[in-house]
Design a protein around this ligand. Structure first.
Ligand SMILES: Cc1cc2nc3c(=O)[nH]c(=O)nc-3n(C[C@H](O)[C@H](O)[C@H](O)COP(=O)(O)O)c2cc1C
Length: 249
């Protein structure tokens, strides 16, 4: 049974615990169809999705990333930016190959296409009552090891993972920035947003202190900048260059 569009979009929250039951073939087919019909730059479809339901492979990715939801989900989808397919056919047809993948915009295009495909899959899954969680650690923790495990060729890099399964939890929905902070009309807001940002920061702190399940004293500003600090150690540039991305401007 499908949920309404409103419920699918407005009641969504990340689900990290799943039942053992399998997702139906019909639901998986719907998710694959939604992925295929994702809008992409130039209709170039600069992405590939690796659908993993093999428990051993999920276990190995869990061991590498430390993200438990990968182990317990029914399907783990890995969304990749992909220039291997267009390179192959261009070579075969004798079309002069342009090293677009190596440019900054080439990377951005691949990341946008793969991210939109992930959102298509996520929305399709949620609309069928399934639970999902994006897993960015799939991209950052060990890009070389994961690329090797998945057999990624040159010109293909991991953008993000998505766990899908039958929900075994219904966590509280996290507070989000108010509409006035997120949506600016006819240009970027020129007035002072700091008061609203401080209010949101306080709302997040209160949520974390009182939420169902694991509580914390995390605020918004420090918690998010801690993630950015962690990100400084990823050295994504080197990992991407090894895969044929970011080789020139
Ligand atoms: C690109 C991306 C990467 C993410 N990576 C992770 C991750 O590695 N592990 C995790 O538990 N959640 C991850 N998340 C989920 C976010 O933590 C979650 O979306 C956010 O806290 C908001 O909560 P909500 O999805 O319940 O609204 C990721 C989300 C996105 C969009």
């Amino acid at each position: 049974m499908s949920k309404t569009v409103e419920n699918t979009l407005l009641q969504r929250r990340s689900i990290r615990r799943y039942e053992r039951d399998a997702i139906s073939a019909d639901d998986m087919q719907f998710i694959h169809d939604a992925i295929r019909n994702t809008p992409t730059s130039y209709n170039g479809q600069q992405f590939t999705v690796i659908d993993i339901d093999d428990p051993e492979t999920k276990e190995r990715i869990y061991e590498i990333t430390g993200q438990k939801q990968i182990k317990t989900c029914n399907h783990f989808l890995v969304f990749c930016a992909d220039y291997n397919k267009i390179s192959q056919i261009a070579r075969a047809k004798g079309v002069e190959s342009i090293p677009f993948a190596g440019t900054v915009d080439g990377l951005i295009v691949g990341v946008i296409d793969a991210s939109l495909a992930m959102m298509s899959a996520l929305t399709a899954a949620e609309s069928r009552g399934l639970g999902t969680c994006c897993v960015g650690y799939t991209r950052t923790v060990a890009p070389a090891r994961l690329s090797e495990l998945l057999g990624l060729p040159e010109g293909v890099c991991i953008v993000c993972g998505l766990t899908i399964g039958i929900p075994r939890e219904q966590p509280d929905m996290k507070p989000k920035q108010g509409e006035s902070l997120l949506i600016h009309h006819n240009g970027y807001r020129q007035d002072d947003m700091l008061r609203e940002l401080m209010e949101y920061d306080r709302e997040v702190t209160l949520f974390n202190e009182s939420r169902t399940g694991t509580k914390s004293d995390n605020d918004w500003a420090r918690h998010i900048t801690d993630y950015y600090r962690e990100g400084e150690n990823y050295h994504m540039g080197d990992a991407l260059r090894e895969r044929g991305f970011l080789t020139h401007d």
